[in-house]
Design a protein around this ligand. Structure first.
Ligand SMILES: Cc1cc2nc3c(=O)[nH]c(=O)nc-3n(C[C@H](O)[C@H](O)[C@H](O)COP(=O)(O)OP(=O)(O)OC[C@H]3O[C@@H](n4cnc5c(N)ncnc54)[C@H](O)[C@@H]3O)c2cc1C
Length: 554
């Protein structure tokens, strides 16, 4: 407990009346930190802190790297800026690695009482706040805007994947379109474009880059640290990351393996508006990044840009999980959370232009490629609706082609309402693409319109980008043949299993017919294809994993 006498030695409290000091001392939390222990993390709800003993370090995420920015010493206070601006904490604070620290913590209301209780105290807090805001201004001028310079062309698929990976991991990058900005080519390329290249942190040049080589140059983990885990989670979409957060926070040794960028389908959503707790919606990238930080904070390990290619039950009941390149780890439990992939559009010429104007899905970083252009979206579901609303802010014209009568049967009403407010979105019913044409990239699509009553007609659209979002399929062919699937390849679990090998117990909910292999999210038979249900299943799976581990004495 903090005494009024201890507070009196601190300048901000020295100017208060004794009775007020007593009042604040009685209500302050007395926080004692071990060396290196966190007091608050960046992005948390802000509190007001007064440092009583020791020193703390202010830590900020800058361009995907965690950096120590400066130190506070005993007697100083902090946290007033975000509270008075109504913002979350701008930076994290932890005790110095060399010593313990002791901090008095006050909530926002108590800070306001301090500001109002004494003119001297208020002047001190507000002057300090002004100085700190000046420091933020200097910081904004000095901080580099990106760590990665990516040089390539709009139609290069490697570049597109790298850009998607960087965006999904919230790593700012500068993009030089070699077709348009040849004069901006970096010195290390001798002014000539000879295929995509990446410059990381101003000095590292990755020639013929891949997503993995860029990830490694940025210091992102791509290799498992250990050989054995309690749980290996395959896929870092909402279901996989939720399992990572719950598993690691409950003491399990968890490895999440993700073949591309964490976030899964949700990571490509321009705006998720129906996820609880985000009244104004949240972009898929933001949600993914937060979940990733959360999983990492609890100690879940994530190996990015790695694909699980094979799993096999070992003699002792554990599983061998084989990653691309033949690397193996073992696990008591495997959780399959591999989601779904876009269904391909079967129309003449579409395959030839994939990545050259034809894209499956619609990630936010395509926005800069469609400014002032003509966009066609195929599909009438929510993902097509989100993409139409998002691209309408950039493109000259967005045409949405739907096979059915309209959007009412397939799209949420909040998206239909948003589409109605955009003057440059045109919804064309009863229509499908039959042909894609162009020279070296997509230039035109031919469409067929078949209304239930009336003549079939053909038409063409000049188009710069065709985004296809016509449903999804489960890609589960790589899993053991003995794993039970439905006719669409989705994995059966729990009560949906036909035949179960063990006599002594029934399968757990979310357990497949291979004991110890669980499944969550979109890839599961009959799952509800939503972010919240993926998150729910991923976290529920961990509860059953605990029961499974206890039962098998792992
Ligand atoms: C554009 C779009 C917008 C959407 N908007 C909304 C919305 O607003 N609200 C809503 O509730 N839902 C929305 N959804 C649906 C929602 O995103 C999905 O239901 C949810 O992401 C499913 O989560 P998941 O974890 O099961 O699978 P996914 O999100 O598909 O994640 C699976 C992950 O597994 C990885 N993976 C696959 N195979 C392997 C392997 N062998 N090895 C390693 N990794 C592998 C994939 O790369 C992927 O990252 C949207 C979907 C899309 C595509």
């Amino acid at each position: 407990m903090i005494s009024p006498t201890e507070l009196q030695a601190i300048p901000i409290f020295a100017c208060l009346e004794e009775t007020e000091r007593q009042r604040f001392a009685a209500r302050a939390a007395d926080v004692r930190l071990q060396p290196g222990e966190w007091l608050i993390r960046e992005g948390e709800v802000a509190s007001f802190f007064v440092l009583l003993e020791g020193a703390v370090v202010v830590v900020k995420e800058i361009l995907g790297r965690t950096q120590d920015v400066f130190e506070y010493n005993a007697g100083e206070f902090f946290g007033e800026v975000p509270i008075l601006l109504g913002a979350p904490s701008f930076a994290g604070v932890r005790a110095n690695d060399d010593g313990k620290a002791r901090v008095a913590r006050f909530d926002a209301q108590q800070l306001l009482e301090m500001v109002q209780s004494s003119a001297a105290c208020s002047a001190l807090i507000l002057q300090t706040m002004t100085d700190r805001l000046m420091r933020v201004q200097r910081f904004a001028k000095e901080v580099p805007t990106s760590r990665v310079l990516l040089i390539g062309t709009r139609y290069d698929n490697d570049c597109r994947e790298i850009r998607q990976f960087l965006s999904a991991n919230r790593i700012p990058y500068e993009w030089i379109d070699a077709d348009k900005d040849a004069s901006r080519m970096p010195v290390c390329m001798n002014g000539e474009y000879d295929g995509p290249a990446v410059v990381v942190d101003n000095h590292y040049c990755v020639e013929t880059p891949t997503v993995r080589s860029v990830a490694e140059a940025l210091g992102i983990r791509t290799q498992p640290r250990f050989e054995d885990y309690d749980v290996v989670v395959v896929g870092a979409g909402p279901a996989g990351r939720a399992a990572g957060v719950y598993g690691a926070s409950e003491g399990l040794k968890v490895l999440i393996v993700e073949r591309s960028a964490a976030g899964g389908q949700a990571g490509t959503s321009s705006r998720i508006e129906n996820y609880l707790g985000f009244p104004n919606g949240i972009s898929g990238e933001d949600l993914s990044q937060r979940a990733l930080q959360q999983a990492g904070r609890f100690g879940a390990e994530i190996a990015m840009t790695r694909c699980v290619e094979h799993i096999e039950r070992l003699g002792d009941g554990r599983y061998c999980v084989e990653l691309d390149g033949g690397q193996r780890v073992s696990a008591c439990v495997v959780l399959i959370a591999t989601g779904v992939e876009w269904r391909m559009l079967d129309a003449e010429g579409v395959g030839r232009f994939q990545g050259r104007g034809v894209l499956y899905g619609a990630s936010r970083n395509e926005a800069s490629n469609v400014v002032g252009k003509r966009v066609v979206i195929v599909g009438g579901g929510n993902s097509a609706g989100q993409a139409a609303v998002f691209f309408a802010n950039y493109a000259a014209k967005v045409v949405v082609l739907v096979r059915g009568k309209g959007l009412e049967l397939t799209m949420s009403s909040y998206l239909i309402d948003q589409i109605a407010t955009k003057k440059n979105i045109y919804v064309v019913p009863y229509t499908e693409v039959v042909k894609a044409e162009g020279e070296d990239h997509l230039e035109r699509v031919t469409v067929r319109t078949r209304p239930p009553e009336g003549e079939e007609t053909m038409g063409t659209y000049d188009v710069d980008a065709l985004f296809i979002m016509i449903g999804a399929k489960a890609s589960t062919a790589w899993l053991p043949e003995s794993l039970q699937r439905d006719s669409g390849g989705y994995l059966c679990t729990g009560r949906d299993l036909e035949g179960w090998g063990l006599q002594d117990r029934a399968p757990f909910p979310l357990e497949t017919n291979l004991p110890g292999v669980f499944c969550a999210g979109d890839v599961r038979h009959d799952s509800i294809k939503r972010v919240s249900s993926g998150v729910g299943e991923g976290s529920m799976a961990i509860a059953f994993v605990h029961q499974y581990l206890a039962l098998n004495n792992f």
